[in-house]
Design a protein around this ligand. Sequence first.
Ligand SMILES: NC(=O)c1ccc[n+]([C@@H]2O[C@H](COP(=O)([O-])OP(=O)(O)OC[C@H]3O[C@@H](n4cnc5c(N)ncnc54)[C@H](O)[C@@H]3O)[C@@H](O)[C@H]2O)c1
Length: 342
Amino acid sequence: MRALSRKTKLRTVRNSDDVKRTAVVAGGAGFLGSHLCRKLLDLDYRVVCVDSFLTGQQRNISPLLRNHNFTLINSDIVDALPVEVHVDQVFNLACAASPPKYQEHPIHTMQTCVTGTHNLLRLAETNDARFLQASTSEVYGDPHVHPQPETYRGNVNPFGPRACYDEGKRAAEALCYDFKESLGVNVKVARIFNTYGPRMLADDGRVVSNFIVQALKGEPITIFGSGQQTRSFCYVDDLVEGLIRLMNSDETVAEPVNLGNPTEFTIVELAELVLQQTGSKSKMVKRKLPVDDPKQRRPDISRAEELLNWQPRVSLAQGLQSTIDYFAKQLGQTEAKRLEIA
Ligand SMILES: NC(=O)c1ccc[n+]([C@@H]2O[C@H](COP(=O)([O-])OP(=O)(O)OC[C@H]3O[C@@H](n4cnc5c(N)ncnc54)[C@H](O)[C@@H]3O)[C@@H](O)[C@H]2O)c1
């Protein structure tokens, strides 16, 4: 177990017979990052998690600190990176992903996307390592093309409240390809669509966690707008599998790849499913739609199917069940108590 402050220098020497790969996971204490760290350790990687704990949680990675192949560096990627081990792969997942969180400090969000990504690309370049950028379906904005293929260039508002994230992520993609063209870095860009699962934060304003927590507490389910806007929800295990396949894909896989579940649901349908699976009697209440909220979202995943032989396996009903069980445990609810609330 190693937990280092950002001032700590870390050195390991790579032996010629050492076949273990070392991956840096920036944002490794967050929702997706912690699942990715765990999976990489299962695959016998050494993992260096870099996280500032802006939205990440110590409890997401506490069990990993017992693993001698896991190192935690508490650092902001906007600052100089104190990573001094040889690195084979750099996964950049560091960035708050929920709108209320990334809008709280919009300048820092943009700096994370641009300066932070630049620092991690430099790390990849100096180590001759592969680099994977966790981009987002938000690069398509409020799309005019449905479903969204990677060739669609998007409809993004460059100065709305979501711009620090949407445009930050677009700039990060551009930077990745500049490093590829100018410096030969082997970059991979995953455009991630809505992903959910255990270890999301209960209060971070994402729709799946919001609905589950409201239903479990017997509180009203807040529907923004008419609830007829659509989203496609990917379970975290499927997504992590896609990220690892993309990172290890052939050098010819260079263009962005959509990763998400193409089965589309309206927000009201999601709420109904959550109510049914929790057994909650919460009522739905309508609230005003936030500015620039996209009306439709569904990935065209033909590229991932063809290049990575990847498609999601977990249905929304299955994935919701394990997510509901996780939040019920977080809220200290037993089955009996849940039935009482319902
Ligand atoms: N979950 C999704 O549905 C989704 C969809 C599209 C894209 N993504 C992308 O995937 C990545 C992970 O998303 P998530 O859902 O796990 O979010 P998250 O907020 O749970 O995780 C982000 C992690 O990055 C850390 N972080 C943020 N800014 C940092 C900085 N400047 N320096 C160091 N650490 C920093 C946070 O502390 C946190 O641990 C993000 O880059 C996000 O944009 C996620």
